[in-house]
Design a protein around this ligand. Structure first.
Ligand code: UT7
Length: 314
């Protein structure tokens, strides 16, 4: 039996920063409204970079921080719902950017929850002893499918990528991952192509989704701790999906966790979809907050609806 341990993390954010004040000039909104309702103050938006470009940069940094030769990577999994190309998959483009050949590479789409799904798949391969090093990436450029005239959605999202390298080890590691989907709310948040020549555009019923998200995440966090026999005060860090500061605060309150043990990046990244969790995790690691062997819970929800959690020792 092997455990998956995180041995390196990385991130990539587009250079262009879009503040709430910039958005005030684009749609009928205000910094005060966005801050009060979401906690977001700015986000990064691509100019001509793709999800694959961001993923490749994040992957390179994660591999450098893992201090391994890229050739040791046995598998690449990229979570994204905004791939650069329909085919080949983003994983193959990342593999090419890393200058390696031969290892399997594929994409997975579970919207914002994609990174937890990818982590779960990677963990199965490692725990069964099939692969030793797995590169797991979350990347999205939702700015490309946002309607920039719709104030109810365009203020929420940002672009970015986060990556981790997992290594098989005899000490934990990932203790468990828990995945869920329920399509009853499939129309609460979605993007479809309406015409062959147009891009998909995000549509969201925010207020409805807000309630579902708060209830789902509260239950998810408690259930995850219960399943592994931990209590709320055993948890060193909560790394929640970075969609809305009010949702994050509600989840922390339910867990009786002070906010200084909750990694928060939504203020400067907005909601970066599949990149949200790995960006936040990398931020926690880079800032020196998350330390070796500490107990960390990742939790997320997104379109589908999909949701899930991972409990791990860093
Ligand atoms: O990964 C999953 C992604 N999605 C989410 O996590 C979204 C979850 N939902 C939310 O985060 C919140 O529901 C929002 C931030 C989207 C909205 O906050 P809210 O407190 O639920 O506001 P609301 O939708 O109830 O809208 C309140 C008012 C409305 O005006 P009226 O009807 O009261 O006159 C909206 O038209 O705020 C208006 N509004 C805005 N005003 C200024 C909506 N968007 C904006 C805006 N600027 N950008």
């Amino acid at each position: 039996m092997y455990y998956s341990r995180i041995i390196g993390s990385g991130s990539s954010l587009p250079e262009r920063r879009l503040t709430n004040f910039d958005l005030e000039k684009m749609v009928d909104t205000s910094d005060a409204w966005i801050m009060e309702r979401t906690g977001i103050s700015s986000r990064h938006i691509v100019t001509d970079e793709s999800s694959a470009d961001l993923a490749s940069e994040a992957a390179k940094e994660a591999i450098v921080n893992a201090d391994i030769d890229p050739k040791l990577i046995d598998l690449i999994i990229v979570a994204t719902c905004t791939p650069e190309r329909l085919l080949p998959n983003t994983g193959c483009l990342v593999q090419n950017a890393l200058g390696i050949r031969g290892c399997p590479a594929f994409d997975l789409n579970a919207a914002c929850s994609g990174f937890i799904y990818a982590l779960s798949v990677a963990d199965q391969y490692i725990s069964r002893g099939l692969y030793k090093h797995i590169l797991t990436v979350g990347t999205d450029t939702l700015s490309k499918i946002v309607n920039w005239e719709d104030r109810t959605t365009c203020v929420l999202f940002g672009d970015g990528a986060g990556a981790i390298v997992l290594r098989a080890d005899h000490t934990p590691g990932i203790l468990g991952t828990h995945l869920y989907s329920d399509a009853a709310n499939r129309d609460v948040l979605y993007a479809t192509k309406t015409h062959a020549d147009t891009s998909p555009i995000i549509k969201m019923r925010g207020r409805e989704l807000f309630k579902v998200a708060v209830n789902t995440l509260e239950k998810l966090a408690i259930d995850t701790l219960d399943k592994h026999g931990f209590k709320h005060d055993d948890l060193d860090w909560l790394v929640p999906h970075q969609a809305n500061l009010r949702i994050i605060k509600a989840a922390a309150k339910r867990l009786k966790l002070p906010l200084d043990r909750v990694i928060q990046t939504v203020q400067k990244h907005g909601n970066t979809s599949a990149a949200s969790l790995p960006l936040a995790l990398h931020d926690g690691i880079q800032s020196g907050k998350v330390k070796q062997n500490e107990l960390v819970m990742l939790e997320v929800f997104g379109a589908g609806l999909t949701w899930g959690s991972a409990l791990l020792r860093y």
